[in-house]
Design a binder for this molecule. Structure first.
Ligand SMILES: [Mg+2]
Length: 176
């Protein structure tokens, strides 16, 4: 556990394909397709002892619906949604809520990485909150060019299955 990064991760276009999302009349997600390699990567993280928290601007029930259906809800140690935190990314409150739910201390904070596809929400949110930011630019849906210094990611990966190698690199850096 010493140097193991703690993984905060976005949903839409990071783990699930935003364009495939089907919602009901209450804006609750009913189903969606995974990003290729995302579920395998979640399972790898779980099997290898990483703490993973989904941090996403959705309703709690949406996360439950999608990840119960695909059998990977157990890969998350916690879930922090905008519904629960009362604020959406990039606001600090949704990240603070994730830390609280995982019982993390200020000392743990330097081990947290946030993986997401939005420079404006995921990357700027992580950078301002003071955690490591990882842009996953798999989806062409958003502008991947940082618009200001806050939106510049610490690391860039292109697909979910590139995450394990990055984590192992960061773990060595952390002295794990
Ligand atoms: Mg997203």
């Amino acid at each position: 556990m010493a140097g193991k990064p703690i993984v905060f991760i976005d949903g839409g276009d990071t783990l699930v394909v935003e364009g495939s999302i089907k919602r009901d009349e209450n804006d609750v997600v009913q189903s969606t397709d995974p990003v290729p390699g995302a579920l395998e990567t979640l399972r790898w993280l779980k099997d290898n002892g990483y703490t993973v928290c989904m941090v996403d601007d959705v309703k709690n029930q949406s996360v439950t619906n999608v990840f119960m259906a695909n059998g990977h809800l157990d890969c998350f140690a916690a879930v922090s949604t905008s519904e629960e935190a009362g604020v959406a990314k990039p606001a600090a409150g949704i990240f603070e809520n994730a830390m609280k739910k995982l019982g993390l201390s200020q000392e743990d904070k330097k081990k947290i990485i946030m993986v997401g596809n939005s420079c404006r929400n995921d990357i700027a949110g992580a950078n301002r909150f003071g955690i490591t930011s990882v842009l996953m630019d798999w989806s062409p849906r958003h502008n991947m060019t940082p618009q200001n210094a806050d939106e510049v990611p610490d690391y860039i990966i292109h697909r979910p299955d590139e995450l394990p190698e990055l984590l192992e690199r960061l773990e060595r850096r952390n002295g794990g």
